[in-house]
Design a protein around this ligand. Structure first.
Ligand code: AHM
Ligand code: MG
Length: 336
């Protein structure tokens, strides 16, 4: 059909979220405005990431530009763009970024009802070789109208109102949940718009992939060691799982969400709290996993029930298909 060559009814991310929000009578478009600023940041980073190899080739990176300023590294640049876009949205009060030691408390004239926690460019070890990297974000609402403080984001993940990530991979994909399921949008570069391509993502109940940095195996605890052993040498007659590990959380979680299986960043003797950060890595990804029908576990409890005491706190994390996470939970329970 000639008519099929072009889809004419484009569900952009803005239209999608406006539809969703219209179910709430009290909604005044604040969330839509906030999200469109996050989307702007993602488009900027996507374009910068795509040009990064080229910029190197023609000698932009690491040299001084016309203004005599040193070129900013991609992660610093991405952070600047997100912070500025979020502050100028007029809808935020507290921002926490992996790049900034302290939280940003927004000045009173630009304040709004949301708090955003984010990692502007995660997967730093993959930046220079062109492997997929991503942005991760989570959104809370302010619970009062007094001066904002860091305490306003030291809340359990189950209080987030939305979470998502953007993956800068073979295509640029934004995966979002506002607490009613998970939806995936792909950037159409010719339109500059994210179009709904993966409606209502559900993670398979069980998968056949495990994803972990096995180089840390000598320092793992008992349950993690037993679990990975089971993946490789199952004793119940089931086939061994495949190993996939990109080393970019966004890419590894994205694959887990679509194909099923489990992603692990466990504690080890060298890093007793694992590596990944509770607020802007563990929480948003756990939120998405649960919304897609999977689970997220810390080795002690449901990840979203953690209450962070510091903004850059870390936690071990096991997340993915419901049944695969059940197995690791059982191994930790047996330890007790
Ligand atoms: P980063 O914030 O320095 O980029 O570190 C986070 C990344 C995650 O994307 C990824 O899951 C993990 O670090 C990989 O760590 P490792 O190299 O220890 O396997
Ligand atoms: Mg990170």
């Amino acid at each position: 059909h000639e008519a099929d060559a072009y889809r004419t009814d484009l569900m952009t991310i803005t239209r999608f979220v406006l539809n969703e929000q219209s179910k709430y009578p009290e909604s005044r478009g604040d969330f839509t405005i906030l999200l469109s600023n996050i989307v702007l940041g993602c488009k900027f980073v996507c374009s910068a990431v795509n040009k990064a190899g080229l910029a190197k080739l023609i000698g932009l990176a690491g040299e001084t530009n016309i203004q005599g300023e040193e070129q900013k590294k991609l992660d610093v640049l991405s952070n600047d763009v997100f912070v500025k876009a979020l502050v100028s949205s007029g809808r935020t009060s507290v921002l926490v970024s992996e790049e900034d030691e302290e939280a940003t408390l927004v000045e009173s004239s630009k304040r709004g009802k949301y708090c955003v926690v984010f990692d502007p460019l995660d997967g730093s070890s993959n930046i220079d070789c062109g492997v997929s990297i991503g942005t991760i974000f989570g959104i809370y609402t302010m619970s009062h109208n007094d001066e904002p403080t860091t305490e306003d984001v030291l809340k359990p993940g189950n209080e987030m109102v939305a979470a998502g990530y953007c993956m800068y991979g073979s295509s640029c994909m934004l995966v979002l949940s506002t607490g009613t399921g998970v939806n995936g949008f792909t950037l159409d570069p010719s339109l500059g718009e994210f179009i709904l391509t993966h409606p209502d993502i559900k993670i398979p109940k069980k998968g056949n992939i495990y994803s972990v940095n096995e180089g840390n195996a000598q320092n793992w605890d008992g349950p993690t060691t037993k679990y990975v052993e089971k993946c490789k040498f199952p004793k119940d007659g089931s086939p061994a799982k495949s190993l996939r590990y990109v080393g970019s959380m966004v890419a590894d979680v994205h694959r887990t969400l679509l194909y099923g299986g489990i992603f692990l960043y466990p504690a080890d003797k060298k890093s007793p709290n694992g590596k990944l950060r509770v607020l802007y890595e563990v929480f948003p990804m756990s939120f998405l996993m649960e919304q897609a029908g999977g689970q997220a576990f810390t080795g002690k409890k449901r990840a979203l029930d953690l209450v962070p005491e510091k903004i850059h706190e870390r936690s071990p994390i096991f997340l993915g298909s419901y049944e695969d996470v059940e197995e690791i939970k059982a191994l930790y329970a047996a330890e007790e």
